[in-house]
Structures are given as structure tokens and as C-alpha cells.
Design a protein around this ligand. Structure first.
Ligand SMILES: Cc1cc2nc3c(=O)[nH]c(=O)nc-3n(C[C@H](O)[C@H](O)[C@H](O)COP(=O)(O)O)c2cc1C
Length: 240
């Protein structure tokens, strides 16, 4: 253990916040820490929109689920994968920007996710908490319209940040031996003294959901039988 590993290991999504505002210097430090993430070709293909307007927040909260924490969090951000700056830079240098490739979509989305995860960790290092909001992709057209997001950008997810008013139990992750293989995809699984099977994890998750402090339920893994697209708004409790 060291302080970084200890911070990363204590992550849990926060959906309930105290009324304490996030101090502006702390907020800006968090954004700068986000910018320190690695970025493909140093393109930094992202733009973050901080949404303060109460009505816009209300609409976003509704579009996302509804998810009340989108309206209630002291800070709500929308992370856009964004190629518009790159296009302008190309124009400045009289080069035509190539757009429309799947690769560019991946590059901008990955850049955005790395920056956002850095910000989440930075926020947690200040005693803040937060949650990613993929639900804003339920209706990307409406979100783009509301936030005036141009054609070469799209909202990847939102993020609530604030001082936590809850301490949820930490959600157990898959055992290492199930996510790490040796040499190639079909290679052997990591052998550890505590090697576990998917059945064990199913049981771990069921116990976690049944015994955690709030929002208890009888559920196994994966929740709701698998990945549900953001286009199908899931009931509240699926998020936690
Ligand atoms: C890209 C992304 C989108 C997410 N979207 C939502 C969301 O719309 N609403 C929500 O409450 N949680 C959302 N989450 C949080 C996950 O549900 C949460 O990270 C996961 O259940 C693991 O729990 P933990 O973060 O507490 O460890 C999202 C997480 C990620 C990474």
C-alpha cells in the first residue's frame, strides 16, 4: 500500500451530497489534474461543460433517467469528446483535417475518459466524491441542443461532484484471476492462493447487495442480466 493505491482502493460512487459548495480553487485544481492525463498524439480532444443553470440541470436530470443527483450535486459537468479545436488548428495551418474515422472517435472518447477519471481521483483526494453519468446519452440530440454542442463533438458522460453525504460500501470487483491472463487471450488465468470462479463472484455480489448499508436488493452479477444501452433508461436502483 501507498497513499495513491489506498485512495484508488477507496473509490465508491457518491450520489448524495452535503450543501457545501466546491471551492473554486479546488475545482480548478481538479480540472488541471484532469488535463495531466495522457492524451493520444497530445491532441487533448475534449471539452468540459460546467452546468450551473438550475433549469438546464433539471432537464438533464430528467433526460438522464431521471437521476435526481444530477440536479442536486454542487457541481455537474458534461464531458464532450471534441474534434472542433483540432479542425480549427488544421485550418490555421492550411491543412485539411481528416474526420469521420472510427479511429478518431476512439481517440477522442478515450482522451475524454482518461481526463475524467483523473478528475474523479483528484476530487477524491480532496475528500470530495462523485459519480459518472452515462445516462446523459439517453437522448444525445436533446443534450447537444441544450448545451449547444457542435457537430464535431459529442457528450460522452456527465459527472456529479460534491462533498459526500453518504459512505456507501465499496463494490467488490472481479477477482484478479478472472480479468488477467498470461501471454494471450486464451492463456492461463493468474494462479493465486485465492483464485476464484465466476460463481464465487456471483455470490460475493449477491452478499454485497443484500447486506450493504442502503438500497439493499437481491441481485447478482451482471446487474439486470448484462449491459443495458443508455437509450433504455433503467430504473434508479440499477445505477447503484
Ligand atoms: C461511463 C460510466 C457511466 C456511468 N453512468 C452512471 C449513471 O448514469 N448513473 C449512476 O448513478 N451511475 C453511473 N455510473 C457509475 C457506476 O454505476 C459505478 O461506477 C459502478 O456501479 C461501480 O460502483 P462504484 O463506482 O461505486 O465502485 C457510471 C459509471 C461509468 C464509468
Amino acid at each position: 500500500m501507498n497513499p495513491a493505491i489506498s485512495l484508488l482502493s477507496s473509490h465508491r460512487s457518491i450520489r448524495k451530497f452535503t450543501g457545501r459548495p466546491v471551492e473554486e480553487p479546488i475545482f480548478q485544481t481538479i480540472v488541471r489534474a484532469g488535463q495531466c492525463a495522457a492524451t493520444s498524439n497530445h491532441v487533448q480532444a475534449y471539452t468540459i461543460i460546467r452546468v450551473k443553470d438550475k433549469n438546464t440541470r433539471k432537464e438533464l436530470a430528467e433526460l438522464a433517467g431521471p437521476q435526481p443527483w444530477v440536479e442536486q450535486a454542487p457541481v455537474f459537468l458534461v464531458f464532450c469528446a471534441d474534434l472542433t479545436r483540432l479542425e480549427s488548428a488544421c485550418q490555421m495551418h492550411c491543412v485539411t483535417a481528416e474526420t469521420g474515422w472510427a479511429e478518431q472517435f476512439i481517440v477522442t472518447t478515450v482522451d475524454t475518459a482518461l481526463m475524467a477519471q483523473n478528475m474523479m481521483v483528484a476530487a477524491e483526494s480532496f475528500g470530495l466524491g462523485g459519480v459518472f453519468i452515462g445516462g446523459i446519452r439517453n437522448d444525445p440530440d436533446k443534450v447537444c441542443g441544450l448545451l449547444k454542442i457542435p457537430d464535431n463533438a459529442y457528450p460522452v458522460f456527465g459527472m456529479c461532484i460534491g462533498y459526500p453525504d453518504q459512505v456507501p460500501d465499496i463494490k467488490p470487483r472481479l477477482p484478479l484471476n478472472l480479468v488477467l491472463r498470461e501471454e494471450n487471450y486464451h492463456g492461463s488465468c493468474l494462479k493465486t492462493k485465492t483464485a476464484k470462479s465466476p460463481d464465487d463472484y456471483d455470490k460475493t455480489m449477491r452478499d454485497y447487495y443484500l447486506t450493504r448499508d442502503s438500497n439493499m436488493k437481491d441481485m447478482t452479477w451482471p446487474p439486470d442480466g448484462g449491459l443495458h444501452g443508455p437509450e433504455k433508461p433503467a430504473p434508479h436502483e440499477i445505477f447503484s
